[in-house]
Design a protein around this ligand. Structure first.
Ligand code: MN3
Length: 206
């Protein structure tokens, strides 16, 4: 059984960067639907007791093509949104500290270079998808973008997402309409870097 995280803040807590109606719809409709559909498909496929990261890393072990597709789309939607909602905070923004700060600077040169590159990938993702910051067990960082509800776990390279920017229109259209770049800029004001740094440290510490 897969469960949505409890939102650690109110729907309106991320105003004015992310509006309350978008948050409520996103969490209580979109994320709830991905979660329900994942549970239905996982039960039919007999994989409901797997860890979600293991499940998304081994989709090819599901032989039924329709169930594989349902678990890829809805399992991705379930996992991606748990990450997304847990790495935002009304006290967010700024920059990370600790090992993640060092790794970002070593990899990208500076925090603003990192921000520009990730923003560019997220803005340039054609159609619905995500922009990602991922890490592997050696502490390496990599940026990527993916379509639909796909994520780096499905690519099998050992990278685990630690921060994701949802660039589906449902994440921003009510407030930002077609201005995806403005939403991405605003998203950086609510990133909970403590949570992202903790995701990073959990991966490198195994
Ligand atoms: Mn979404």
């Amino acid at each position: 059984m897969f469960n949505q995280i409890q939102l650690p803040y109110a729907y309106d807590a991320l105003e004015p960067h992310i509006d309350a109606l978008t948050m409520e719809t996103h969490y209580s409709k979109h994320h709830a639907a991905y979660t329900k559909n994942l549970n239905d498909a996982a039960q039919k496929a007999g994989v409901e007791d797997k860890e979600i990261t293991a499940l998304l890393s081994s989709l090819d072990s599901i032989s039924d093509e329709a169930l594989k597709k349902a678990i890829r789309n809805n399992g991705g939607g379930f996992y991606n949104h748990n990450l997304y909602f847990s790495t935002m905070s009304p006290n967010g923004g700024g920059q990370p500290a600790g090992p993640l700060k060092d790794a970002l600077e070593k990899t990208f040169g500076s925090f603003s270079d990192f921000q520009n590159q990730l923003s560019g990938l997220a803005a340039g993702q054609f159609g619905s998808g995500w922009g990602w910051l991922s890490a592997n067990r050696d502490g390496r960082l990599v940026l990527s973008a993916s379509a639909n509800q796909d994520n780096p776990l499905m690519e099998g390279g050992g990278f685990v997402p630690i921060l994701g920017i949802d660039v589906w229109e449902h994440a921003y259209y009510l407030k930002y309409k077609n201005l995806r770049a403005d939403y991405i800029k605003a998203f950086f004001n609510v990133i909970d870097w403590k949570a992202v740094a903790s995701n990073y440290e959990n991966i490198i510490n195994g």
